[in-house]
Design a protein around this ligand. Structure first.
Ligand code: SF4
Length: 426
């Protein structure tokens, strides 16, 4: 039975209890959100579990995995360590090169965080290698790979079920700059165009649900048509795919399968709130997993900042799960340092969203740090912060000669001046 089916029967699972305890949310409230599908529980069969959705802290995912250009398992381990140490909540293995089974098992063995994958990558890459072309990929191959990932203990999978022939037809009358920037989406579209057939994940969605139900794997409905440029944001193609996702969410829930929905992408700041509202409304409150959003196309080298700006607003308005973007986005496979910077930027965005949503734990942290800052207790302030390592290095590098101040204002430290003045007054 899945977590969702157990919730329907009124059962309280140890996983729900654990999440309620960790997140300091009343058990009955969390039970209600699990039952309504507004929260999904990633039920990590390797010993841990994680809740994503309404009333819970916003989570951060780090994408890792090999590419045909850089395929080195030792380097992947370094990037994994960087992501975990920087505070990622989940990892996705997006590998497309090397021994894909071995790489996935490396992630499963070396990381206790929930793991996500995009099985169509493996189905497509192996079909190209074994059959000579993507067009020869057999629909059954996608389902075989999905079941293999589920059996291995993967916690969630991105499945591009919403891109169907109806939307392909709509391409003719709805021009875009970048039709498909999603890699999984591009595999599906290429296959559909070459074969003239329907997307197997859409056509045989019930088969997918049977596998997801058997292993209680969470489905993340991937947005093949997420905008890859601001000028394509919130267009007809994107919204049509979202409407399809809304229908699929209902079908998943009817079968007892936990589901979340993925979202943009490149969108201007002014579209972010509308995108969250539409997803929540059309997909009946399903947790929203946003890839960015990047609020400008012009921040090359600093796309983690463009993402954090959009991510913070998206979280404030209701997004539940942020996929990090690194400084290397659009340029290279992220280095371990890029991974670290990307995770930290997304965690800051998630925390800002938590504060705006009035999360008590987030406010408690900020209030405590403010107290330490007011007293200029740097060691405590740094230890509590989101990235102590960098702050500590900066502090050590520029330690002031006098106590109770920092090198920013020196003897004109406003906090100390007013503190001294108040002491003299009393
Ligand atoms: S010296 Fe300036 S920056 Fe440093 S603690 Fe005092 S007021 Fe803040």
């Amino acid at each position: 039975m899945t977590q969702y089916e157990k919730a329907k029967k009124g059962l309280v699972t140890p996983e729900v209890e654990k999440v309620a305890g960790e997140e300091e949310i009343p058990l009955d409230t969390l039970k209600g959100y699990t039952l309504s599908g507004e929260v999904v529980i990633l039920n990590n069969r390797r010993g841990d579990s994680l809740g994503i959705g309404k009333g819970l802290r916003v989570k951060v995912n780090a994408n890792l995995g090999t590419s045909p250009e850089i395929c080195d398992l030792e380097w992947e381990k370094k990037r994994l360590i960087a992501a975990v140490e920087a505070g990622a909540d989940t990892i996705m293995d997006l590998s497309t090169a090397g021994d894909l089974d071995k790489t996935r098992k490396m992630f499963l063995e070396n990381c206790s965080l929930p793991l996500g994958t995009v099985p169509v990558y493996q189905a497509a890459v192996e079909s190209i290698q074994e059959e000579g072309s993507l067009a020869k990929m057999k629909p059954g191959k996608i389902f075989e790979v999905i079941e293999k990932h589920a059996r291995d203990g993967v916690d969630f999978i991105t499945v591009h079920c919403g891109i169907n022939r109806k939307i392909l037809e709509m391409f003719k009358n709805n021009k875009r700059l970048m039709y498909v920037v999603s890699r999984g989406g591009a595999f599906h579209v290429t296959w559909m165009v070459a074969t003239g057939k329907e997307n197997p994940l859409y056509e045989n969605f019930d088969d997918l649900l049977d596998i997801a139900r058997q292993y209680d794997i969470v489905l993340s409905l991937g947005d093949a048509l997420r905008p890859g440029a601001l000028r394509d944001s919130t267009d007809v193609l994107q919204i049509q795919e979202l409407l399809t996702h809304g229908e699929l969410v209902e079908r998943a829930r009817e079968k007892g399968v936990q589901v979340m929905v993925e979202g943009p992408g490149h969108v201007p700041l002014s579209h972010v709130e509308a995108n969250v509202t539409m997803e929540k409304r059309i997909c009946k409150g399903a947790p929203f997993y946003v890839l960015g959003p990047l609020v400008t196309d012009a921040a090359l080298g600093y796309d983690h900042i463009a993402c954090a700006i959009g991510g913070a607003l998206a979280c404030w308005k209701g997004a539940d799960f942020l996929c990090y973007v690194t400084p290397g986005e659009h340029i290279r496979l992220p280095t371990p340092e890029d991974v670290k910077e990307g995770v930290i930027a997304a965690r800051i965005a998630a925390h800002a969203g938590d504060l705006a949503r009035g999360m008590k734990k987030a406010w408690a942290l900020d209030n405590e740090i403010s107290d330490k800052r007011n007293k200029r207790e740097w060691e405590s302030e740094i230890a509590l912060s989101l990235c102590p390592e960098k702050a500590r290095a900066m502090w050590e590098e520029s330690r002031p000669l006098r106590p109770g101040i920092c090198s920013m204002c020196g003897e004109y430290c406003s906090l100390k001046l007013v503190e001294d003045w108040l002491k003299n007054e009393s």
